[in-house]
Design a protein around this ligand. Structure first.
Ligand code: 5AD
Ligand code: SF4
Length: 502
């Protein structure tokens, strides 16, 4: 256990009379973030907000702005939960907010630039509302370089905290309010698992459930293992209880979250229980749909495939990031699988789950990627028949091995590869939609269509967007829809009867 963790105490929510800078001025370090301990993470269930600070937000308003992935969206639900327990209510605009927190993403440079741009714009509000508390958290605040930049150039930011210490937020807000001084506390090593943080879920139809935190893969381009720490799995009993509770509350869909869900359970010292076991147990819960994101092909094992083959509430959509179709590039990315192993996994998945929809993530312009190597990615895309993908141009992240590799692909080539890749992906997307024409599918109705409120919009088990005419009373239900036409970005259909299938 390191010093930081020894110090970890949930009673630390106690307000402090005097400011202790050794405690509130802690910057991240990439060297510490790289280290991995062998210990299993401790689980805490004793989160409390001290009575004396419970009302510090009364009559005040919060605004949480979230950037990046679903993990961040889900963390924001905890931040909102904490703000509300402190008495804050939701602000409808930045102007009326007394507390603004930017929950940031560090995955690519443009994600970071957006946040710096927003911080620049928020300076004006700090002038008109000197009592405004402005905070930055999430993956960017885990980066040494970013925290230094905030300290130098954005001195009006009051609060910086990281991904491992969200549960300390009551104390940080209290100190920012009382001290009127900056609170900067970022831990570079992974924290504990806090099971009982308050959460205000942002939807009543679909819910996110964390199954694990962190990542130990260290893909050479990726900053996540440094910003999110080592892999720590929640206990299965806690996950199962949470999902049973969501089912009882009427949630229709749960998405299991982890940077690498297929490594779930590998850190347990007291039991043999992995992702396949978890899926088997969740398959028995009476919640209509369960999805998960994100998978790592290397850790996708037979038990997991066998569980998915049972279907039931486990849907026929798998997001399986490949990153590149070339073995040399995969090796330099430290992905630990080959093109052949990936294609075999895809064949196994297609055999076990007929009709499964597979989507992916791909990076183009990785340092040293040649046109021939890129062609391997294009041919793999055709061979798999992806029905969607997130595609990216490589973005060097300071502190990662790939940022030190010679970046010899021209900007023009990178853009050209991205365009050609996107064309191939879009063809697969259209083919993936087309195959449902004439079929009757289950659609979970999420709301009215963006452009027309007599039209309902929802997703199928294969994660296809469907628009159809219907009454708003169907929102939150799963209904049968006959697909009449595959449009470019969605399916058009007609509801076939009034029976809900759940
Ligand atoms: N540059 C470009 N794309 C990246 N990703 C992760 N790191 C980088 C980077 N440095 C992409 C990967 C990953 C997705 C979430 O973001 O494709 O799967
Ligand atoms: Fe990043 Fe690789 Fe971990 Fe995904 S598996 S979060 S790409 S290091």
């Amino acid at each position: 256990m390191n010093e930081q963790q020894k110090e970890l105490s949930l009673q630390a929510n106690q307000p402090k009379a005097e400011k202790d800078y050794s405690r509130y001025f802690q910057r991240p370090s990439i060297n510490s973030a790289r280290k991995r301990s062998r210990e299993q993470a401790h689980v805490h269930r004793d989160f409390v907000i001290e009575q004396s600070i419970k009302n510090i937000g009364k009559g005040k308003k919060y605004l949480i702005q979230t950037y990046g992935c679903q993990m961040n969206e889900h963390d924001s639900e905890a931040i909102i939960g904490i703000a509300e327990e402190l008495g804050y209510s939701k602000a409808e605009s930045q102007e009326e907010a007394d507390l603004i927190i930017l929950n940031t993403c560090a995955i690519r440079e443009n994600a970071e630039n957006r946040v710096f741009g927003e911080l620049g714009r928020l300076k004006r509000l700090k002038r008109t509302n000197p009592d405004l508390i402005l905070g930055v958290c999430g993956c960017m605040s885990q980066e040494e370089k970013v925290v230094n930049q905030i300290m130098e150039k954005y001195q009006y930011v009051d609060l910086v905290f990281g991904t491992h210490n969200i549960y300390r937020l009551p104390e940080y807000i209290h100190n920012a309010l009382m001290g009127k001084e900056r609170v900067i506390e970022v831990w570079s090593q992974e924290g504990e698992i806090i099971e009982n943080m308050p959460r205000t879920r942002q939807g009543s139809i679909k819910a996110w459930v964390n199954i694990m935190y962190g990542c130990d893969e260290f893909c050479t381009y990726c900053i996540v293992p440094y910003t999110r720490g080592k892999e720590r799995s929640r206990l299965p009993e806690d996950i199962i209880a949470e999902i049973q509770h969501l089912a009882a509350e009427g949630y229709q869909e749960v998405t299991l979250l982890g940077q690498n869900v297929n490594a779930y359970g590998k850190d347990f010292k007291d039991r043999e229980y992995t992702f396949g076991d978890l899926l088997n147990d969740l398959n028995k819960i009476d919640v209509p749909r369960i999805r998960f994101t994100t998978s790592h092909p290397r850790d996708f094992d037979e038990k997991t495939i066998a569980a998915l083959a049972k279907r039931g509430n486990l849907v026929e959509h798998i997001h399986l990031p490949v990153q590149s179709g070339n073995n040399e590039v995969l090796k330099r990315m430290n992905r630990k699988y080959t093109r052949e192993m990936y294609l075999q996994l895809v064949r196994d998945l297609k055999a076990a789950i007929p009709g499964v929809s597979i989507t992916t993530d791909i990076i183009v312009g990785f340092p040293g990627e040649t046109e021939e190597q890129f062609q391997d990615t294009l041919s793999l895309v055709e061979e798999v028949g992806y029905e969607g993908a997130f595609t990216f141009i490589f973005s060097p992240r300071e502190g990662t091995p790939a940022a030190r590799m010679e970046d010899n692909v021209s900007e023009a080539d990178k853009k050209d590869r991205l365009n050609r890749l996107n064309e191939a992906i879009n063809r697969g997307f259209r083919a993936g939609n087309k195959r449902f024409e004439g079929q009757i599918v289950d659609v979970l109705v999420e709301g009215t269509s963006k452009n027309d409120d007599t039209m309902l919009a929802g997703y199928t088990r294969h994660n296809k967007l469907v628009n159809f005419k219907g009454d708003a009373s169907k929102i939150g239900q799963i209904v049968n829809v006959k697909i009449t036409e595959a449009k470019t970005w969605h399916l058009a259909g007609e509801m076939v009867n009034d029976d809900t299938t759940n």
